[in-house]
Structure formats: C-alpha cells, structure tokens
Ligand binder design. Structure first.
Ligand SMILES: Cc1ncc(C[n+]2csc(CCOP(=O)(O)OP(=O)(O)O)c2C)c(N)n1
Ligand SMILES: [Mg+2]
Length: 644
C-alpha cells in the first residue's frame, strides 16, 4: 500500500498528531474531540509517548495525574459534562500503571462515556523479556496484564507493528464518537513500538471530523409505540441519561406539555425535567420519591427514554405492578431498547420524541392521572422541605447538607457524587434547576467510591463557568484522596463537601436491613488491637470509644487544599457562601469538612432493592430479614409480554 505523501514519525508522534487533529460535529457545531492527555509516566511510556507529548505539547496539552484510576475518572467526568462530544486520552506505563486503569475503564464503559486509554505494553519483539513489571504466562506469550482491559473496553487493540496504528486509531475514533457504542477504548502500545519510526501518510494526520448523526426512528417503530401510548390510561415517562446526552431536555418538556404525561427520572437522567415543572415526579425506583414510585406502581404504559433499566430504576423489577404494563423504549442502543419486552424505538432521544409527539397529535393523558401526578408532586415537595430542615440528634443530618449545597448551587452549579448514602439522598432530594439537566452529576452506573473528587475535576475542566460541588463521604474520600494534589497543581477550583459519619453508613444500614447489625462497616480499632482505645492518639486526649483518631480535614490540608471545618449547618452555609466567588477566581480546591449523624438517614419510599438474604442462619435477625426478603421478592416481575 502506498500513499503519495508521507512523513517519518514514531508511532507515538503519529498518534499524538492524529489525536490533536480529531473533531466531532453534531447539529452543525464542530469541536475538537480531545481536550488533551492525562498521564503518569514509567518505563513503558516515558520514551515513546512521553517524548511525543513533549515534542507536540502545543498541539495536545499534557497534564500529569497522581493515580491512573483517578485520571480516568477525570476523563469520564469531563466526557459526561460535555455530553460525550469531547474526551481525554490517558497514558500509563506497563504493569501496575496499566492495571490501575481497569476500574476507571469499567466505570466509563458502564456509564457509556468515551475515554481513550493508552497503556504501555511489553516489547513486541520480546527481546528483553521479562521486563520490569511483566506478567509471564508460560503457555501464552501474547498475554500481558493489559488483557484485563478487554472486557471493560468497547474496542481493544494492541499495536504490535507501526502500520497497525492507522486502522487502530481510526477504529478507536469510530467507537468513541458513536453514541450507541461509546465507552472506554484501549490502544495498548508496546514500549518498543511506540518509539519506532515509519512513513506516516499525511492524510492520516490531517484534520478529520466525525459527524454524530441523530439517528431517526424507524416509522414502523414510531407507529407501534404511538399505538401503545394512545391506548394508555396511566402513562409514565422514565427519563434516563440519554435524554441529557442527546440535549433533548427541551424536546422532552415540549412532549410532556403536549401529552400531559408525567416524568420520573433515573440517576443519570435526574434533572432531565426541571423540578419545578408540575409533572416532574423526580427520582424513581429503589431511591425514588413517594410520588414517582406511586405512579410507577400504577402505570399501564411506561416510556423509557435513554435508560438502561438498572435495578435501581426498576426497584429490582418490583416498581411496576399494573397487570398488563407495557414498555416503550426509546434508546440509541438496540441492546437497551429491547429490554423489558418493550416496543423498541432505536433512535436518538430528541428525534424520537419529535416523531412520537407528531404521531400522538391530539393525545392527552386522562385528567385523573394528570391530577394525581400534580398532587403527588406537590406533596413530595413538602416532604423534601421537611427532610432538608430536619437535623440529626446532636449533629447535622446529610439531608440538611444536601439542602445547603442545593441552595448554593442555584441554577448553574453542578453537584457531583458517586457512592455511599449520598447518591440515594441526592436522587430523592435534589431540586433540579438547570433546563439542560447539567446540574446533577451522580455516577451511579458503577457507583465507584473515589470517583467524586477526580470526577468533579473533570466536570470543572469541562464547564469552568459553573460552580462544581463535590459531595463525598469519609469512606470514598479515604479511597482516593490523592487527586486533590492534581486539583491543587492544576488550579482546579472545585468545592468539596466532605461528610464524615465515621465509616460506611450506607452499607451499615444495608447490613442492618439484612439482619447483620452493621457488621464491619464502622471505622474502629480491631477488638484485639494493640492501641488503647481511651488514648488512641497517644496525646493524652481520650477518643470516644470505637472512633479512630483520624483527621480528614488535616489530611486534605496536608495535600494542599484550602480547608474549612464546619460544625453546624449554619457554618456550612456560611462556608459555601464564602467559597462561592473565590472558587471561580483564585484557583485550587476547597474542602469543607462536616461531621453528620450516621443514623439520621432519609427513608425509602415504597421501594425495594434485591439484595439476597441468607436462607438459613443461627441469627434471629437474619431469619426475620429473610422472611421480609421473600415477601418483597414476590413482587418481582419478569415483563415477558412482547409486541402484539
Ligand atoms: C470502590 C468501591 N468499593 C466498595 C463499594 C461498596 N460501597 C458502597 S457505599 C460504601 C461505603 C461508602 O462510605 P462513605 O463514603 O463513608 O459513605 P456513607 O456510606 O457513609 O454515606 C461501600 C463500601 C463501592 N461502591 N465502591
Ligand atoms: Mg461515611
């Protein structure tokens, strides 16, 4: 194969030049796809990609991270905030640097967010094998630790010859920019190949635009869906992340105003309809509102838009109890559209909403249903007001903390969260105000402890004009605090509210609900620990029995963050007001630490989550929990009713 014009470059240089030249276009708006490259160097990438990134620093900005998993979280947060129309590349060394990517890659793929992973790999020539950090598999010389990335990547390729870069890079871009296929893409780069030069066709290096077309629905699918909806007496929309990624929030609102169909939301779809809309029911499912779960139980037609129907959304398939309930699934991915035996409308959300809206011309949901939705929605607003103003016993409640952040965030702020008890509380309590649905960012596909800080950094990089509020528990904080240093170094002004309830409160509550009394979810000394409990810090100051002498505020301070210690909700509100302006102007993260009441939790509202309880036990609490489990699981449905 020959190309008229070539340029001699190393594989790494050609890749960096290629990445810098990629663009994405949707609705006539064309933008550069890669914001830059995040990385940590080791022998597996410093000479190849490291050299290329240094040589072309002006083309593709490079930012060093502190932990490979965290840098993928930064990339995922960024891609989500940009509605998947922009991304980061992430480079690592071989071995532990590469395997640290696995969790981040799984998170990106599960949430369908584009990230490009560029782990180094061991020599294609095999000459110096085994190299430092190499896994040796005696029966298969082609395996390296990077193979761990295969199941969590939407496209995977090991570039073993220079020429292979060209088809690999093009395929990577196709997958990254396809809304139906996107997720983590891995190009593993053997360290010798990275540094090898070859004749690169200049056409490969030239600017290239990937058009993200809005897939229209098949007319027959719209017809079938409209027939189902027209017959509905109690229709309900469940809006997922696809509504927001497709920038279809305006189309959703128009559809709702025309049809009078109420809207409940998944975690990724939270905020698809502003909370003030009279037909907004808020969160649905295991962490749903009383309003949404009531209507879900009675709905006879459920229109899922851009949702992958996770167990939290369906309350483990117990949320929908109407005997003949039917589903209409609008989704850009056929895989999701086919779920729950739904009428599959494989299409972009705004295209499908437009077409379905036209096909439903003149249809209105019955008045009683409409009235029930409005009444339930108003009642729920009252419950939220009660919860966010109810303190814990001696300490503030997490609901109060959320109320304070919600007020500080206003219409343009963004809340970022991922794991612990906060996602469920946020799902229920958050008052969504941004019409584009970009004010609520809870990563709940992977619900990964440690996502919060780097994810929030990614959001801020993607939307510097917005205030970003990261809500993080003590457990999540301890799992991955190191990226705070990157936020300091890169002057990323996020506000982190660190809620300390001394352990894994969410899992403690779950443990109690399955009869196991919170076993293993408190931070405390081991029963036979060598440190005396009454003077654990050795400073003469007694510690409350069971709690550890850990000062997370001091920890954050030591990493270079500005730290504010808040004791009361008023302290927190004052701190949030103070950092408001600051955080936009002078750079760097602020951590506001507040201790909350571990047991003052927001209850569930007619919901259930399938977590199997031991079928036999010597513990009475477990036997009682099992009986309750069997009662609840009898409400689970299979939804096997297919098309007529
Ligand atoms: C990486 C990872 N490990 C384990 C879990 C399971 N898990 C979910 S929430 C949680 C506890 C989180 O503790 P914390 O951040 O303090 O929040 P809290 O539950 O106290 O609100 C655990 C262990 C998880 N989601 N992610
Ligand atoms: Mg905690």
């Amino acid at each position: 194969m020959t190309e008229a014009q070539t340029e001699t470059l190393t594989v790494a240089q050609a890749l960096v030049r290629f990445l810098a030249a990629q663009h994405v276009e949707r609705d006539g708006r064309r933008e550069r796809f890669f914001a830059g490259c995040l990385g940590i160097f080791g022998h597996g990438n410093v000479a190849g990609l490291g050299q290329a990134l240094a040589q072309y620093e002006d083309l593709l900005p490079y930012h060093p991270a502190r932990n490979e998993q965290a840098m993928v979280h930064v990339a995922a947060g960024y891609a989500r905030q940009r509605n998947r129309l922009a991304a980061w590349a992430c480079t690592t060394s071989v071995g532990p640097g590469a395997t640290n990517l696995v969790t981040g890659a799984a998170l990106a793929t599960i949430n369908r967010l584009p990230v490009l992973l560029l782990p180094g790999d061991t020599f294609a020539t095999r000459y110096p094998h085994p190299v430092l950090q190499q896994l040796e598999v005696p029966h298969d010389a082609t395996i390296s630790v990077n193979d761990c990335l295969r199941p969590v990547s939407r496209f995977y390729e090991r570039v073993e010859r220079p020429e292979q870069l060209i088809p690999a890079a093009l395929e990577a871009m196709r997958v990254l920019t396809d809304p139906a296929e996107t997720g983590a893409v891995t190009l593993a780069l053997p360290e010798d190949v990275q540094a090898e030069a070859f004749a690169v066709p200049t056409a490969f290096l030239a600017p290239r635009t990937w058009t993200v077309y809005r897939q229209p629905p098949a007319p027959e699918a719209v017809h079938a869906a409209a027939n189902v909806v027209r017959a509905a007496r109690r229709p309900l929309i469940i809006a997922g992340g696809g509504v927001i990624y497709s920038e279809a929030t305006e189309a959703l609102r128009a559809f709702v105003d025309a049809t009078g169909i109420p809207v409940a939301e998944t975690q990724a779809g939270r905020g698809a309809l502003v909370s003030d809309h009279p037909l907004s029911l808020g969160a649905v499912g295991a962490t749903g509102t009383a309003a949404a779960n009531r209507l879900a139980r009675e709905a006879d037609v459920v229109i899922g838009i851009g949702t992958r129907w996770s167990d939290f959304t369906t309350a483990s398939k117990s949320a929908f109890q109407d005997e003949g309930v039917r589903f209409v699934n609008i989704n850009v991915t056929g895989f999701d559209a086919a779920k729950l035996s739904g009428v599959a409308v494989v299409a972009d959300a705004s295209e499908a909403l437009g077409a379905l809206g036209d096909a439903l011309e003149g249809y209105r949901a019955p008045e009683e249903w409409h009235a029930l939705a409005a009444e339930q929605s108003a009642a729920w607003a009252g419950e939220v007001a009660r919860l966010v103003s109810t303190p814990g016993h001696e300490l503030p409640s997490q609901a109060q903390v959320i109320g304070a952040i919600n007020d500080a965030a206003g219409e343009t702020g963004v809340v970022v969260c991922a794991a612990g008890s906060a996602p469920g509380d946020l799902h229920k309590l958050w008052h969504a105000r941004d019409p584009a649905g970009k004010g609520y960012h809870v990563e709940y596909g992977y619900s990964c402890m440690g996502y919060e800080i780097p994810g929030g950094m990614g959001v801020k990089l993607a939307a510097p004009e917005r205030e970003v509020f990261v809500l993080i528990g003590d457990g999540s904080y301890l799992m991955l605090p190191g990226e705070l240093v990157t936020a300091v170094a890169e002057r990323i002004p996020i506000v982190i509210v660190l809620v300390d309830n001394h352990g894994y409160a969410s899992i403690g509550a779950l443990s109690r609900s399955v009869g196991s009394a919170g076993f293993g979810t408190h931070y405390r000394f081991a029963a036979n620990g060598s440190l005396p409990v009454d003077d654990a810090a050795g400073d003469g100051l007694a510690q409350p029995a069971g709690s550890l002498p850990v000062d997370l505020a001091a920890n954050a301070e030591s990493l270079g963050a500005r730290v504010i210690r808040a004791r009361t909700i008023d302290d927190l509100r004052a701190a949030l007001a103070r950092v408001g302006g600051d955080s936009v102007s002078d750079g760097g993260p602020t951590v506001i630490c507040i201790e909350t009441d571990r047991y003052a939790s927001v209850p569930g509202y007619d919901s259930w989550w399938d977590v199997p309880v031991a079928e036999t036990s010597t513990q009475e609490t477990v036997r009682a929990a099992r009986a309750e489990y069997e009662r609840n699981s009898s409400a689970q449905r299979q939804f096997l009713r297919g098309s007529l």
